[in-house]
Design a protein around this ligand. Sequence first.
Ligand SMILES: Cc1ncc(COP(=O)(O)O)c(C=O)c1O
Length: 384
Amino acid sequence: MKGIFPIDKFRQIQTPFYFYNTELLRETLKNINTEANKYNYHIHYAVKANANPRILSIIREQGLGADCVSGGEIQAALNAGFPSEKIVFAGVGKADWEINLGLDKNIFCFNAESIPELEVINELATAKGKIARVALRINPEVNAHTHHHITTGLKENKFGINLDQLDKVLDCLETLASVQLIGIHFHIGSQLTDLEPFQALCNRVIEIQQQLAKRKITVEHINFGGGLGIDYDHPNRNSIPDFKEYFEVFHKHFPVLPNQQVHFEPGRSIVGQCGSLISKVLYVKEGSVKKFVVLDAGFTELIRPAFYEAYHKIENISSEEPQETYDVVGPICESSDCFAKQIDLNKTHRGDFVAIRSAGAYGEIMASQYNCRQLPQSYFSDLL
Ligand SMILES: Cc1ncc(COP(=O)(O)O)c(C=O)c1O
């Protein structure tokens, strides 16, 4: 365990901080590229999972595109060197300046989610004398069977165009001269460990294509979104997700039409396992019924446990003593600032180092300054 963390170096750094294993990130990228290339699938990394500039530039070096959900993310992707023709822009609420940025930079595609949005994209593109390429984000009404906060493909979710409104949207598109329909886009949810919903998604996309064919529309680009989960229980044993099995589902269940390109937008599965939040133990507090390990990291550094009830494996990486049972909490003045309840850790003392594993995705990027705290720094295995 201790082998993967350079504790002596950690002792010289102010905690809490994010530690990224860049060798693992590169291995993961090599693996996803190998598996996707078998079927000529295109990968756009979902920047929302982690927009750390160094992480972005490593991902860009491996040739991936970028899936962005804000103007800030488009800018971060451009700063990291992603070519604009490999940037897609999704999101249910794109502001005018964000659409204008996408148009000015000639990004590959806008994933549009409603008639009013299409009308605004058309208006802004017309004003610039440009044609905006769009893919329709369709809500496929496929249940991802994941946490309700990260389910996106159901009728009641705010995302995408409902299936029963697709014809209306297509009628509208025919009236918009500065918008060109190039594809359809889907994303059913995040942290899917069962692949069956992806098979259901393939079947639904085939049906939608048939509906489009009746209107003589053949879409050139199909974007299946992201969502592949990672193993939060076993970050060492399963440090790289099974991309082979994942892409095989799509290859088997979605026959690609001639001249059609298939795209994916994975976030968590690329960066999740390469990051750990490293924190120091401030106090071990003996309550009347429980022992608490009080860390110097809180939900300001990693909000997933408080926000999604997410599980992260926690390890005391500086103690060899026999295990005891603790609640692991942070210093923030909120009861929800708790990373785990009643978990076993090597006997813990003030000053010990704790690693909260699998924190590379939706960790650093969701950090906040609540309680006037400083944003966490990041360090990399190959630069320490
Ligand atoms: C549209 C879209 N694409 C891609 C992703 C990335 O998902 P994940 O990190 O689960 O792969 C998300 C995440 O919420 C998303 O909303």
